[in-house]
Ligand binder design. Structure first.
Ligand SMILES: *[C@@H]1O[C@H](CO)[C@@H](O)[C@H](O)[C@H]1NC(C)=O
Ligand SMILES: *[C@@H]1O[C@H](CO)[C@@H](O)[C@H](O)[C@H]1NC(C)=O
Ligand SMILES: *[C@@H]1O[C@H](CO)[C@@H](O)[C@H](O)[C@H]1NC(C)=O
Ligand SMILES: *[C@@H]1O[C@H](CO)[C@@H](O)[C@H](O)[C@H]1NC(C)=O
Ligand SMILES: *[C@@H]1O[C@H](CO)[C@@H](O)[C@H](O)[C@H]1NC(C)=O
Ligand SMILES: *[C@@H]1O[C@H](CO)[C@@H](O)[C@H](O)[C@H]1NC(C)=O
Ligand SMILES: *[C@@H]1O[C@H](CO)[C@@H](O)[C@H](O)[C@H]1NC(C)=O
Ligand SMILES: *[C@@H]1O[C@H](CO)[C@@H](O)[C@H](O)[C@H]1NC(C)=O
Length: 872
């Protein structure tokens, strides 16, 4: 090629590098010039390595993962750890170890022995002068002026390294297996607000929900990056939106493994051959949360893999129904027309079985009964099974493919009360059935006999044990996490109990020190006063001194504290520690410097809360509540959602406070929740009827908060103080002041399709009209009188974020607002003692935690339920 020769010579002169051609397989450093070719065979002495970066940290290589003789890839490896950080031809491996990859002026290409190109760089327009592998791990084609024509950093496969950016909209796809680097089923997507991991279309992890992530501010994500201090989601201006802080390291490699686990390995120096440092990060942190942790239909438990009851291990590494029926697959759906018309039946997964995909996805159907859920699955050929949540009436269909299940008590964030069913092809012949059942019956009889013997022996043994050690045993079983540190209760009224998972325990003297003798009081809530303090490490805290409230015994208190202390979410206030000495009970929380939402929102003077901030508050608070409802081991109903319990801090932080405290109260005291001053405007109608209190009760209160965010004032304009009847200074009676009741104005605005006027007048139009409409409509859906027809908090959060379709508020379920709006103000005077909630938490010993509150009674007889629900 005579035309290329002068160019080649020029390049070689400029670069001062001798061409390193195949024979002898000498490894080049940093740059290679065309024309060059390499094959695995040619570089067999260096195991395929043909180019090293300057420091030797990275190698360009004809890679032969797993030593298989028919799969070779052009790849970049991190040399010390042999981690593959980039692959060129993942979809089409080179099948012959003698087949060369070529570097020419046209670019890089890989050919099959018969000469067909199986991979190449795109047409570049400008002749290539060099191939360079730099010390960051970036493989680039350069032109004669060293400008980059193409680089591997722009086409990530399953890995990114420090200084590489993964832009929003881009994704990483896992490899299929250790030796097959073609695209597998797991994906990591960077979205406009988050990073999510998905398998076959269903999400199994997202960064904003991970316990180790913190949200720094709102905004649109431009890219994901990892560096010496952690993993970041950054805005276009470089501002941090979400981060995971990690111990200092020079190089990090973020890799989506072929098992679906996202792993970050850290290296003290890029070319060090030492093992990866500690401080690695893995997501999801719980192996059972991986979609195929135990194979299809397997059951992942803390002790390992098993099968759900009625299922047995199958040859594919997962489980299959033990009655011989066959679970359906999507494949049996589209193609064979007859398969979909065969009768199907459903196989129960038994109690306590959860599915990873239900944790993060909104329900397919909400508010309907289980038969509608099953009917929906039956009617849809691509539905493979369903989960139904009894308490929230949510229906989750499983489509695409069935993964592993988790035992509900083994994971953070399961919904233990979900019922799961797998769609199966009905059994064809009853003779089959008998053949299968007979051994089962025989085995069953045997087991019963053995159990009877064992139980008899165990009982005898049991009587010998002291009751105290039994007590200990029970306690251990309830422990939320083994890894958490142990705190020994050494108080006199304790009986040497050990409760794992407790946050830091402080003595009263330490608390006095940190608060400077309770000098700075920053608030007073339903439970007592709040003081500002500082921990020895310099971090600021808010100390809540619980007073004037009858508390549970110390042991129950500690058990609840262990639960609250283990709840971590960026939108929930973190419990840093506690103190219990004698009758004193104090809680130490992280400090939120802007105080509660009502201060910023309702203040007559001072800077306004701008619309953007209000949207961030709405979304943040919704996410926090959704996590309480669906994300924790024990479902937690807040019971007191109101602006006073939404805290703000600089950097756009929004956190829910005071969650989980309902359970700290003695049953006699829990009535305080309903009578706490100023709270009544947020109480759902069902507090007054005998209907169960569910997570939808919080949804109602949240709807009221949303409307207040829109308007910037209390829903009812007069100020009610101390739970007494209103005596507003402006003199206008609330009676007949129809428009004073903002929820009604919002309903009327919705009916008229006019939302703009509902927004806070003080903002003088600095609002996004579409968002005002969205918030008002979501709020109205939250206020539906029938709790089962309110959306769940997860759906509310999705609608507010704009990631879920907006629902239409049902005017027929909002008629009660007109009644309130007519200005009714009944004989609702305070007197907390009048009102008692009978059961907060079934009993102190009951840790099932599914329903915090069930029934209530003891309302003064002269108040009808409608009277009481009159908002204040
Ligand atoms: C690592 O790289 C630095 C320069 O970046 C070099 O000085 C050092 O010798 C290298 N160490 C090894 C073990 O290659
Ligand atoms: C080249 O060989 C591969 C397998 O090695 C084969 O799949 C492909 O069809 C062949 N192409 C041509 C043009 O023969
Ligand atoms: C291109 O980069 C190499 C080393 O990276 C350098 O030696 C050379 O001078 C550069 N050429 C130009 C034209 O900048
Ligand atoms: C992730 O990105 C891929 C490729 O763009 C896309 O097919 C997939 O639907 C995305 N998944 C999610 C959950 O956004
Ligand atoms: C890593 O990136 C973040 C966000 O851009 C930045 O704040 C931090 O200083 C960086 N750390 C290092 C060690 O460069
Ligand atoms: C549960 O969550 C906590 C904190 O988020 C974590 O430390 C713990 O390892 C998790 N447990 C499991 C089993 O994932
Ligand atoms: C379930 O709901 C459907 C309508 O949504 C109704 O027709 C059916 O009777 C209900 N079934 C039960 C068992 O309540
Ligand atoms: C079946 O369900 C899937 C997933 O929910 C949905 O995309 C599809 O449209 C449904 N098909 C029918 C016929 O309803």
């Amino acid at each position: 090629m005579p035309t290329r020769l002068p160019l080649l010579v020029a390049v070689l002169l400029i670069l001062g590098v001798a061409p390193l051609r195949g024979r002898g397989g000498k490894v080049a450093t940093e740059v290679l010039a065309p024309d060059f070719s390499a094959s695995y065979l040619l570089f067999i002495d260096t195991v395929g390595v043909f180019l090293a970066s300057r420091s030797g940290a990275f190698h360009a290589v004809v890679h032969n993962p797993g030593g298989q003789q028919d799969r070779f890839y052009l790849a970049v490896l991190h040399a010390p750890s042999k981690t593959c950080v980039w692959v060129a031809n993942r979809a089409a491996p080179i099948t012959d170890r003698a087949a060369p990859l070529q570097l020419t002026a046209a670019g890089l290409s890989v050919e099959d022995p018969n000469g067909t190109a199986i991979w190449s760089t795109p047409p570049l327009g400008v002749p290539v002068a060099a191939l360079r592998l730099d010390d960051r791990g970036n493989l680039a084609l350069l032109d004669a002026r060293n400008a980059t024509l193409w680089q591997s950093f722009d086409r990530p496969t399953d890995t990114i390294v420090s200084s590489q950016r993964l832009p929003a909209g881009a994704f990483l796809a896992s490899a299929a297996s250790e030796s097959d680097l073609s695209e597998g089923a797991y994906q990591l997507n960077v979205t406009a607000a988050d990073v999510v991991l998905t398998w076959m279309g269903s999400m199994y992890w997202r960064l904003s929900n991970d316990g180790s992530s913190t949200m720094d501010r709102g905004g649109t994500v431009a890219y994901m990056a990892v560096n010496g201090t952690g993993l970041y989601l950054l805005a276009a201006d470089g501002g941090v939106i979400i981060q995971v802080s990690l111990p200092a390291a020079e190089l990090r490699i973020v890799k989506l493994g072929y098992d679906g686990k996202l792993q970050i390995s850290s290296f003290a120096s890029a070319n060090s051959s030492t093992a990866p440092m500690d401080g690695g990060f893995a997501a999801p942190s719980d192996g059972c949360a991986l979609p195929l942790s135990c194979g299809p239909l397997g059951l992942c438990t803390p002790k390992g893999c098993t099968c759900p009851p009625m299922f047995a291990a199958s040859h594919d590494g997962g489980c299959a129904p033990s009655d011989g029926s066959a679970p359906l697959s999507v494949a049996s759906c589209g193609g064979a027309g007859d398969a979909s018309s065969l009768p199907v039946s459903y196989l129960s997964l038994g109690n306590g079985v959860a599915y990873y995909a239900n944790k993060l996805a909104p329900p397919t159907l909400a508010g309907d009964n289980i038969s509608s859920c099953q009917a929906l699955c039956t009617s849809n050929c691509s539905c493979l099974g369903y989960f139904y949540d009894d308490s929230s009436l949510s229906c989750y269909l499983v489509t695409h493919q069935l993964g592993s299940f988790m035992s509900a008590n083994s994971i953070n964030g399961s919904d233990s009360d979900k019922l799961g069913y797998i769609k199966v092809q009905s059994l064809q012949q009853s003779s089959n059935l008998i053949a299968i059942l007979l051994p089962t019956i025989v085995a069953f009889v045997l087991i019963v006999v053995i159990c009877a013997i064992v139980i008899t022996l165990w009982r005898k043994e049991g009587r010998r044990r002291s009751s105290r050690s039994r007590d200990l045993q029970l306690r251990r079983q309830r422990s939320p996490s083994d890894s958490a540190h142990l705190v020994r209760d050494i108080d006199d009224d304790s009986d040497d109990i050990v409760i794992p998972g407790l946050p830091t325990r402080f003595t009263h003297d330490e608390i006095e020190d940190m608060t400077n003798g309770f000098r700075i009081k920053i608030g007073a809530g339903g439970f007592g006063s709040v003081y500002k303090g500082e921990l020895p490490d310099g971090s600021q805290v808010a100390v809540k001194k619980i007073e004037g409230v009858g508390m549970q015994g110390k042991r129950e208190f500690c058990t609840e504290i262990a639960v609250i202390g283990n709840i971590h979410h960026i939108n929930l206030v973190r419990l840093r520690g506690f103190c219990t000495e004698g009758q004193r009970r104090l809680l130490v929380y992280e400090y939120m410097n802007r105080g509660s939402l009502d201060r910023s929102l309702f203040r007559p003077a001072g800077p306004l809360l701008e619309w953007k901030e209000r949207m961030d508050v709405a979304v943040g608070a919704a996410r926090g509540l959704a996590y309480l409802h669906f994300g924790c081991d024990q479902r937690i109903i807040h019971c007191d959602v109101k602006p006073e319990n939404i805290l703000l801090a600089d950097g756009g932080q929004v956190k829910i406070a005071d969650f989980g405290l309902a359970k700290l109260l003695t049953p006699e005291q829990s009535g305080l929740f309903t009578t706490m001053r100023g709270t009544r405007g947020y109480l759902a109608p069902e507090w007054l009827s005998n209907a169960a209190i569910t997570d939808r009760t919080d949804v109602y209160s949240f709807g009221m908060v949303l409307l207040e965010l829109v308007r910037g004032r209390k829903n009812r304009s007069e100020h009610v103080s101390g739970g007494e009847a209103s005596n507003n200074s402006s003199g206008s009676s609330s009676r007949g002041a129809r428009s004073d009741y903002f929820p009604l104005a919002a309903l009327e605005g919705h009916e008229a399709g006019e939302y703009a006027e509902l927004a806070d007048q003080r903002l003088q139009g600095r609002v996004v009209a579409k968002e005002v409409e969205r918030v008002v409509r979501v709020a109205l859906c939250c206020l539906h009188e029938d709790p089962t027809l309110r959306p769940s908090m997860a759906v509310v959060a999705g609608m507010l974020e704009g990631t879920m379709e907006l629902r239409e508020p049902r005017v027929d379920l909002l008629g009660f607002l007109r009644f309130y709006g007519r200005g009714f103000s009944g004989p609702v005077d305070g007197g907390g003692s009048d009102m008692n909630l009978k059961h907060m938490g079934a009993s102190p010993g009951d840790r099932s935690g599914t329903t915090t509150l069930t029934t209530m009674s003891g309302w003064p007889s002269y108040m009808s339920s409608t009277q009481l629900s009159g908002p204040r």
